[in-house]
Design a binder for this molecule. Sequence first.
Ligand code: SF4
Ligand code: MG
Length: 327
Amino acid sequence: RNLVKHFPVRKGWLQRVKGAVHAVDGISFSLKNHETLGIVGESGCGKSTAGRTILRLIEPTSGEVFFRGRDIFRMEHRELKALRREMQIIFQDPYGSLNPRLTVSRILEEPLLTHKMGTRAERRRAVEEVLERVGLLPEHMHRFPHEFSGGQRQRIMIARALILKPRLIIGDEPVSALDVSVQAQILNLLGRLQREAGFSLVIISHDLGVIRYICHRVAVMYLGKIVELAPADALYREPLHPYTQALLSAVPVPDPRRRRQRIVLAGDVPSPLHPPSGCRFHPRCPRRLDVCPREEPPMRDMGDGRRVACHLHGEGRLWEPSWSGAA
Ligand code: SF4
Ligand code: MG
């Protein structure tokens, strides 16, 4: 709720603080049990920082994160350790994130050892079981990461996240480093595991097309803010925010009758060190109004679980962040 993360920028001999990178600038959302939420935006929009803050891998500048009703930034050491077990992250790079000197079975056993779970035999069974669930074979257990393809390594990463039976998994660009042909396999696997095991899933991606089929809801971020949040089918059918419209227009659609005119955005993403005034998207927005550079559009509730922050949609109710009803 109202999560903010600014990274101070220091300059000069005295290393005085000369400003701050507004990585995450007041975002609010909830995630339900068994829900898959996509967080989408161009690189540098703050989506990875948001993901890491939710897991308390980064302390926020301000704001709160509630996990099952408890503020995770107020947790004591012991409670935090239990929380670590319930929240897992899968990174983009299946090459750099696996220790090349450990066998798969050691890699998968390690989280269980860290949390002092199970006997040796039980851990071994857990490893076998989780390998099967991610589509690997029992004999893969004795091999090393370099003996696997990129897709298989990402399966190992998923198995490592899964073995602790978490309630929340965050995938930070989990398929971006993989061949296009393998991306769908891995996403389908994540989607299937999510349905079977019932954990909540957050998928962070720069590609709206990639996450289309596994997310229940999608949050679109631009320069540290959520500009639109909606159920996936509504968002893909009828995006409300001009930025979402532009992102979606770049996603290939197989059916020519449903093809959208490609919207090409002018200019680059502005620096998060000095975000533009008013609506941060205004220097690039093809539908900009006079008010846009002056006034920041508030987040509005458009009904049916849709929220958008844009002056073109001024009729909705003002939306206030809360976490009631959240998981
Ligand atoms: Fe474009 Fe204005 Fe909407 Fe921002 S508020 S997205 S500049 S129309
Ligand atoms: Mg990132």
